[in-house]
Design a protein around this ligand. Structure first.
Ligand code: GTP
Ligand code: MG
Length: 252
């Protein structure tokens, strides 16, 4: 087992296990893909078997009780154990643990196919965009519960009005340059994290691009917006960020 102290006070207790019997795999990936993971043992084998060449996986576990971390480790990928709960907490711990020049994010529930990641990553690699977001395009009617889709549409509309960006989704699949993403200094550790990244990127004059990404029904049980409660929490987190953002804009 390998322990790596992450150079940030809030993440000192984060542990990185390399899933390779204690031998650290050399950081050769061009793209590190962060998978926030809470009880996704069922979905992990499919996802981790579909990593594009040159892409490494970082599974960030928040105390799963279904053996997710062991499954990921047995598949030879990097596993980060993040004690602080929350989607943003997991996503940010993965970003801080990454070493590749490009970092991408993807859900670990098999709703999005890692083989689609190059669509998102290529414009960053080509220097054509600073942040690329995957616009979720449902493959079946069951992919996206109506309440979640509607909440997301409303939020995307608010983001368009607040920023002028032509965005239609605040989805989980996205990519940017690692050092630039870290420098944005995201603070949200819950469901507002993906929106905060967009707002901070916009404030830093980033070129933000949206490309289509197929969205299939998830495997396993929903944790964030698949439930009404999760959607309400996500909308609250995101609406608060938008309010704070408007306040900052009017003060500047
Ligand atoms: N580590 C960690 N991962 C989380 C947490 N909450 C959600 N996740 C993961 O984040 C991703 C998104 O969660 P989902 O439950 O798929 O949320 P969603 O995509 O909004 O909703 P559905 O897919 O419709 O259920 C999945 O990979 C989850 O396992 C958390 O608190 N900690
Ligand atoms: Mg999902």
């Amino acid at each position: 087992m390998l322990f790596v102290a992450i150079n940030e006070t809030t993440h000192l207790s984060t542990q990185i296990h390399d899933g390779n019997g204690g031998r650290r795999i050399p950081p050769t990936a061009l793209v590190d893909v962060v998978f926030p993971c809470l009880d996704e043992a069922e979905a992990l084998p499919w996802i981790l078997g579909r990593m594009p060449k040159g892409y490494g996986a970082i599974v960030v576990d928040n105390g799963s009780t279904d053996g997710s971390a062991a499954v990921a480790r047995s598949l030879g990928v990097t596993v980060v154990s993040e004690p602080a709960r929350g989607f943003g907490s997991a996503a940010h711990a993965g970003l801080l643990a990454a070493t590749a020049p490009i970092v991408a994010f993807c859900d670990a529930d098999a709703s999005m196919d890692p083989l689609d990641l190059p669509r998102i990553v290529d414009p960053v690699l080509a220097g054509a965009a600073d942040l690329v977001l995957g616009r979720r395009r449902p493959t079946t009617r069951a992919s996206w519960p109506a309440h979640s889709k509607l909440a997301n549409l409303a939020l995307a509309g608010m983001v368009r009005r607040a920023t002028g960006l032509r965005l239609h989704d605040l989805g989980p699949m996205r990519a940017g340059r690692r050092e630039a993403l870290v420098a944005l200094g995201m603070r949200d550790r819950r469901s507002g994290y993906p929106l905060e990244m967009v707002l901070r990127g916009h404030a830093a004059d980033w070129r933000i691009l949206e490309v289509d990404a197929p969205y299939a029904p998830r495997v396993g049980r929903s944790k964030v917006t698949g439930t009404l409660r999760g959607t309400i929490t996500a909308v609250r987190d995101m609406a608060r960020l938008l309010r704070d953002n408007a306040g900052e804009g009017s003060r500047s």
